[in-house]
Design a protein around this ligand. Sequence first.
Ligand code: ADP
Ligand code: MG
Ligand code: MG
Length: 250
Amino acid sequence: MLEIRDLHVRIEEREILKGVNLVLPKGEVHAIMGRNGSGKSTLSYVLAGKEDYEVTSGEILLDGENILEMEPDERAAAGIFLAFQYPIEIPGVATMTFLKAAMNAQRKARGEGELTTPEFMKAVKEAGSRLHIDSDMLKRALNVGFSGGEKKRAEILQMALLQPKMCILDETDSGLDIDALKVVSEGVNALRSPERSMLVITHYQRLLNHIVPDVVHVFSDGRIVESGGKELALELEAKGYADFDENAAA
Ligand code: ADP
Ligand code: MG
Ligand code: MG
């Protein structure tokens, strides 16, 4: 379970997160919706442990452990996975090589031995077929020249292989056409499990037709201003964010 308590975060002297509170129980999928610039990506980066963010107060607990004291690689080993809004390109490194290195890094951090090549190939083939990823794509350099849909599928493949207990998807829907959105959503839905929590961050309601959340949180000006069931996403789409901003100001 993930618990965020009164989290305040600054970037370059400016407060971006202004008291985020969130409880995400194991096995649940929660969505965060909010307008551009409200601080959604900042929250996901702080969860993953990216540099440059100054946490001025608050706590983030994963299964009772304060992850703010952990380095990014320790967080990854603890089971946190962040799918980026803008995936990085790694020229010269085949996607396959990257995936194997990521899996082995995780195993090493857990004190497990390296995967053999056949073990890795089997895992990648199984997970890849579900996401319509062929071996040609895996031979290409990670994300270099990938279409938006290919980048997202590569990312969900990485998630499927690492089997994180806490998945954060930051605007995974941006730049996807409807077919790619379906493939990615099916991949994500296949990873839903009683042992895994997911935080799905999105600007649009559309993604939530495919990945149906247990709870929707509305984010405004650096904090959660309202929470509800999946119908809240529809309400937000119909009314816009303005009504909720007033709650934020109150
Ligand atoms: P969202 O993901 O909801 O669109 P962000 O978390 O990306 O929002 O941004 C929240 C606010 O923080 C914005 O005003 C943005 O300009 C600012 N911000 C984000 N990253 C940085 C940064 N590295 N340096 C300075 N300001 C930043
Ligand atoms: Mg943004
Ligand atoms: Mg963002």
